[in-house]
Design a protein around this ligand. Structure first.
Ligand code: NI
Length: 228
């Protein structure tokens, strides 16, 4: 399940992040410092040092925005959020086909986090650069995402994906991984569909008893499938 989440960030938050990132100087490091053995040979970009002060400031802005976004919560059912990371691709940079590592170490407390959902939050307007599309493969083929600044795409971390080479301008983005309360993508998709249907029924004054049953079913499935 691939979901686009519009307006995760306000224009003010985007401006604040870009001001911090565009002046981050030596906090920008080679992206390969966090790549695994399969990703490293195909990864050509820069990212913000996870331990830097600027990373902490930017992580706080994004994590707070995600925590209050109902569509993100509904689609991801987050349990643990990996502290968001920030990258940029200048001309000629890209990231070839790869699958993200299945387990990561939390950079601040060393705990392990299973990557169920991957997310990319765009921080540059699409017309400010050429190329730099995020392409994600699922059972229905390859999907491309190049979204407005402030919008996010989330997809199962099991997916093969790549960032096509940038041919003009600079692509700046934030990315993260989430360990979901519900590990199985199929289960998460069912819960997301059910939640959407309930929200639509709530907006149409549908039969209250039937809606109560559906809400109960949602929570009973969540109880059955979630791990906390
Ligand atoms: Ni990746």
């Amino acid at each position: 399940m691939l979901v686009c989440i519009p307006q995760v960030l306000t224009p003010e938050e985007i401006a604040q992040l870009r001001a911090l990132l565009d002046h981050a100087g030596e906090a920008w490091v080679d992206g390969r410092v966090t790549a695994g053995y399969s990703g490293a040979p195909v990864k050509f970009n820069q990212q913000i040092d996870e331990q830097s002060q600027v990373a902490r400031q930017c992580q706080h802005i994004v994590a707070s925005a995600l925590e209050r976004h109902p569509l993100f919560i509904s689609a991801v059912l987050p349990n643990v959020l990996y502290p968001p990371m920030f990258n940029r691709y200048g001309e000629g940079m890209g990231f070839g086909l790869h699958v993200d590592g299945g387990v990561r170490l939390h950079p601040h407390n060393g705990s392990k986090l299973r990557t169920d959902v991957s997310g990319t939050l765009f921080l540059a307007e699409p017309d400010s650069y050429d190329g730099g599309e995020l392409q994600i493969e699922d059972t229905y083929g390859m999907h491309s995402a190049k979204l407005p600044a402030g919008d996010m795409v989330i997809y199962p971390s099991t997916s093969l994906h790549q960032v096509t080479p940038v041919t003009r301008g600079v692509r700046v983005a934030c990315f993260t991984w989430i360990q979901s309360l519900v590990r199985d993508t199929g289960h998460r998709t069912l819960l997301f569909d059910l939640d959407n249907a309930i929200q639509q029924l709530n907006a149409t004054d549908a039969d209250a008893g039937a809606r109560r049953t559906l809400v109960g079913t949602y929570h009973n499935l969540l109880r059955q499938w979630s791990e906390v």
